[in-house]
Ligand binder design. Sequence first.
Ligand SMILES: [Zn+2]
Length: 345
Amino acid sequence: MSISECKPDAKRKRDSAKPQDSAQPAGKMKLLNRNLQRLSAHTLSIGIIALIIAAPLFGYVTRKTVIFGGQAASDKWASFPIAWSMNPTRGPNVTGTGDYETAFRQAFQTWASISTATITFSEGPPTAASVKPGLDQVNLITTNLTPSDWAVYGVDAISLTNIMSVVQTGQILEADIVFNPNVGFSTEAVTPLNQMDLQAVATHEIGHLLGLDHTTLPSAVMFPASAGGSLSRTLTSDDTIGVSTLYPTAAFAARGSVQGTVRTTANTGVFGAIVVAVGQNGQPMATTVTDPDGKYSIAGLPAGTNYILYAEPMDGPFTENNFLIPLSSLYPSKTVNINFTTRFR
Ligand SMILES: [Zn+2]
């Protein structure tokens, strides 16, 4: 394997868990406006053609990048366990009586305990306090950053995961999780007002470390706070199914998947539609987003139950700009269609 280039910062996987009162950059708003089509909602109707097949394709929430040659590929690790180390020095912005190290360990354990995925981690010895994020073959988790350390990232976020991956394949080589020193974090079981739950934020960032982008499902750990999400330490089925499509156990791979196409009445595929599979208990099991042809696939659905599918436009609270890797960068010549009303099947 030749690794000609790593892509730490150009493709930096910024956590868009921004403080909620932060405004979108003007440039992003312009981009969104360009994507608005002047189509009446009444001219479109949505038909979802779904069939259950045995072989999973890919789950939606995996983070994709455009690899060398122009194709989109999922970022993922090649093998387990993933070794990680913490910087043992707690930043002054982290408060609370809960154990600092335990918060991180439990966050990693949350993902390692998914029964349908092959994820394992190994905790290495703590780094020296002086160790900063960087391409050094250490998968680091740290709150020991100064405001000037953070400023180099140039993002307004609660935290971020900096991922280095192979340009040709998307294989992840290293990931560092860093917490914004300007944001207050807490280790308390009940997070004080105006602070962030350290373990919940770590859980979200480890999802990025594993290769997940943000999901459109508000209850999920991987839903971005910038879209109004609340922080949770507990994974939803959308989180577990998403990551299990990257690292499936044999039992997961044998599960069914649902796939189909969201189309307009003119038989044109709808790009960027949110598709949700709802189980018999009325709870969403998993979500996906259609590709430029309107196609979708949700793998890993447990058998023995019926699912209701619905398609909704990505017009808020989750919008295209809430992905780490915008759809417009994966498919530069395509326009997300948000000009339709929610349709059930
Ligand atoms: Zn995030």
